[in-house]
Design a protein around this ligand. Sequence first.
Ligand code: LER
Ligand code: MN
Length: 270
Amino acid sequence: MKSAITLSQVPEAASGPFVFHQPLAEGFAAAKKHGYDSVELFFPSPDFITVAEVKTLAAKHDLGIAAVGTGAGMVKHGLSLTDPDPTIREKALAFIIQMIDFGGQLGAPAILGSMQGKWGGNISRNQALSWLAVALKAAGTAAAKHNVPFIYEPLNRYETNLINHLAEGAKYIEENNLENIVLLADLFHMNIEESDVAQAIIDAGKHTGHVHFADSNRNAMGMGHTDPTPIIAALKQVGYTGYLSAEIFPKPDADACAAQEIKTIKEVLA
Ligand code: LER
Ligand code: MN
């Protein structure tokens, strides 16, 4: 397993669980200074910066790109794959495909979190899940062209009412024959929803493809009450070799949280 830390360039997500918010060059330098292997990028849109510029920064600091987030599609542009309005759903999918193509050129998968949306009003859960499956098929196909997967993230009940558990996500992938789609195990969401986080990872088996390594309160691991030991054992048991990514609050400040998180990652992987 490898370490990653989040760099956000989205002012609308200033209070979100992202560690470094300063200009990108400084964020890359900070990630390297703390000893991370890679960065996870959260940009306002796919044309925020060129692929070449990101490649230059990554090469300069010898950092990998673990993943690119798509949440700005929701928080900045109000787009959702399950919006009742078909025009919004189309724009949402176009935004996601552009992010897949952007990340893909960096060898990084894109993540679907908040842009999955919610069901309600005139839209049934089945209808929303069926729209989502169609979008995930298109996303999986687009990602395959870059030899990367597309990452689907079950969220806690306060952020979506579609899929809140990892095992439900695994079943949804299998029942809908979703190819090239992997699950994101965000330990913060799982702490709220799963009865046993480690067991949930074991139950989802091969489907986990990315991890947001957050403590129970979404701070750096070691600043809440999650015990990472059985979780790491579960990830090893299912053969997970991907990233432990610091999608966490920059508390008490970005540097202290980055230092605490990498210290724990090194300890648990030792
Ligand atoms: C995104 O990775 C995530 O975990 C969401 O909670 C962001 O809203
Ligand atoms: Mn997450």
